[in-house]
Design a protein around this ligand. Structure first.
Ligand code: ZN
Length: 236
């Protein structure tokens, strides 16, 4: 598959999420029709989403992965049909800055979208999961109280994307990865990791499909504010 044929689907602009719009009508069935690989969250901000090999996992604020029904809804999700065309084996311990530097070398251009899958053994992984929220509480406030989880000597998979900075009202800019343990029971939004033996699979994506929700909340919201500062604080 070429970059031109690869399409990233984003169900709603991330700006709406940053402004506290935590309920939309997009279902998990809609998401799986548009991709088998990706990340996101659930209505009422009820945990972190991982879509891996066509299965959706809901990592709630207890750090545990729950099964998801097709009718479950999401206010924000990014998916693609994952068909990597470059793979890299890493067989040495890396700290997190080292991993980010390696990503930077693997991406031919920062102006493109990329899907990233890292599978293998990690010396250390630190994640968080958002706790369920009432609508309209700004994301940046919610993010200050989210539980964190640490994993040591753990096998698992990181799923996520690189998004160029100029798309920051549409998706989380930079690297945005979610973790799922190999037993598929735990994980969350990645804060930091130290991989030891991993395979990095990379897909170049040259097209974007953006859903604009039709809920009254969305249609009447004021999304004119520059949310880049809030997003940086909430997501990294
Ligand atoms: Zn996340």
């Amino acid at each position: 598959m070429t970059a031109q044929n690869s399409l990233l689907y984003i169900s709603a602009p991330v700006n709406a999420l940053v402004e506290g719009l935590y309920r939309e009508d997009t279902t998990i069935a809609d998401i799986l029709a548009r991709g088998d690989f990706g990340i996101g969250t659930f209505n009422d901000l009820d945990g972190e989403m991982v879509v891996l090999d066509g299965v959706v996992y809901q990592l709630r604020s207890d750090g545990i992965a729950y099964a998801v029904t097709p009718e479950t809804r999401t206010p924000f999700a990014c998916v693609t049909f994952f068909r990597p065309y470059s793979e890299e084996e890493i067989d040495q311990p890396l700290d997190y800055p080292g991993l980010l530097a390696l990503f930077d070398r693997l991406l031919p251009s920062k102006n493109m979208l990329y899907a990233l899958r890292l599978q293998g053994f990690f010396d250390y992984v630190r994640t968080r999961s958002v706790p369920r929220q009432d609508a309209y509480r700004p994301l940046v406030e919610v993010a200050r109280e989210q539980p964190e989880f640490e994993f040591e000597r753990i096998e698992g998979t990181l799923v996520g994307y690189w998004t160029p900075n100029f798309m920051q009202s549409v998706a989380v800019p930079g690297y945005h990865l979610h973790f799922l343990t190999a037993d598929k029971r735990h994980g969350g939004h990645l804060l930091e990791c130290r991989p030891r033996h991993i395979r990095i699979s990379l897909q170049h994506i040259a097209r974007l499909e953006l859903g604009l929700p039709l809920t009254l909340d969305y249609l009447t919201a004021d999304l004119g504010r520059d949310t880049s500062q809030d997003l940086r604080e909430a997501e990294h």
